[in-house]
Design a protein around this ligand. Sequence first.
Ligand code: CU
Length: 164
Amino acid sequence: MKKMFLTTALIAASGAAVIAETSAANSDHSGNESHGEQMAVGMPGIHSQTVRTVKVTMTETDDGKMIYTPSAMDFKQGEAIRFLVRNSGELDHEFILDTPGRNAMHKEIMATRIEVHNTPNSISLAPGKSGEIIWIFNNSGIFEVACLIPGHYESGMYAKVSVK
Ligand SMILES: [Cu+2]
């Protein structure tokens, strides 16, 4: 009986989290769960548009940090980039490309529940796995790649993306 109550409570809790996410998305509008749509940071591309490949590694360091290598990236407005992302660490990590403001908002949501990101602008990778994101930087500005798994951003897991 106790188990049943627990299950019900879990369902209720996850329902509340979904509502919270929906209202957050509505108030923001640009829609993180985009499928080919324009975002502030740019838009998804396809292979044939790629002008260059940028390799990004995600890992933990011996002194307790979590990092992207490189930790800063510069692009020209209009460039189509193929990010080849590899998790060479021992923990799960993610690569979420967005504005710093939207990443910060999204981090708050992530603090309340577990979420897996695999949208056009994001990828979650288990240790040893690789994946790719093809992205067109058609807007200039300062953007960010971040890992929003609780505690990771605070451990240094973000990279500045500058588009000029
Ligand atoms: Cu991480």
